[in-house]
Design a protein around this ligand. Sequence first.
Ligand SMILES: C[S@@+](CC[C@H](N)C(=O)[O-])C[C@H]1O[C@@H](n2cnc3c(N)ncnc32)[C@H](O)[C@@H]1O
Length: 331
Amino acid sequence: MVGMRLLPEDSDVAPARTLAATDLISDDDRSVAADSWSIKSEYGSTLDDEQRHADATEALAAVNNRAASDYSSDKEEQDAEGVSSMLGFQSYWDSAYADELANYREHGHAGEVWFGADVMEIVASWTRGLCTGICQNHLSNHVGDGEQVGVHEKDLADWSVLDIGTGNGLLLQEFAKQGFSDLTGTDYSEGAIDLARRLADRDSFTNIKFLVDDILETKLDTTFRLVLDKGTLDAIGLHPDGPIKRIMYWDAVSRIVAPGGLLVITSCNSTKDELVEEVETLNQRKNAVGNQEASSDPPPFRYLDHVRTYPTFTFGGSVGSRVATVAFMRN
Ligand SMILES: C[S@@+](CC[C@H](N)C(=O)[O-])C[C@H]1O[C@@H](n2cnc3c(N)ncnc32)[C@H](O)[C@@H]1O
């Protein structure tokens, strides 16, 4: 890990709070959240949540010789070992979004733009380029050499987009501006989804869908052609059980990215090389399971590309950038 702390660009997020999530959500907020798309009632989980925890713990224990019973829940705060922070807990985010909602109601502020507006715009336009490139390749395989092929908004309409841990949902608004139209954002914090919906309504992006969902216990039973993550894996990795939760994360995204689809991760806690290495480890683990079950499935993800235009700095002789955005293709 590059060892940076996950903070918004112009952070005014208050220090860790001790209030419980239930203290932070008013009756008004609860009814708005209840009005939001309730996936628990619309979708049936395809996997038992306890089983997911157990599988991930077992996988990590196999790698690290760590006891399977070490897994602890995200819903309680506990003493941390190693690199962890309050940002790994749902209670932190519930509290942060309660503040941001109050700020929005009182002052109309949209809230934090994690990693800054520039990064958000780069992620959206760079990803659009990847998607149109894929469409063009596909088209050029089906038309004669030299024939002009163009990608239009209708091609982008074929890209169902999911933003995991969407927060205030502004990244999806940026994707809408780039021409994507099938847009969904999820977050495990009801306050985030409430804020994202209010901002989308305010900014006339009424077609963006938002729903409460914990990616590690996801109730989504559909796949998406493009899955985005800006800062969410970073936050997940900051929980004291970060290594186990990261395995659960990769298992979840392996199921929700459609074959041939893309996963685009933007991180300030992992470098591009670390993310690629993490995916290779995932692939090896899947291969090991596949071999046991005599399966010939290809590994879930392969590295496709990364953003090369972020400003870089040199530290200790190494060149790095503050943020990494990496695209993986689902096999
Ligand atoms: C650093 S913030 C980034 C928010 C947003 N992606 C952005 O770029 O503005 C991390 C987000 O991940 C959400 N999050 C963390 N763990 C999650 C989980 N297991 N499932 C869904 N959302 C999660 C938090 O509520 C928070 O909104």
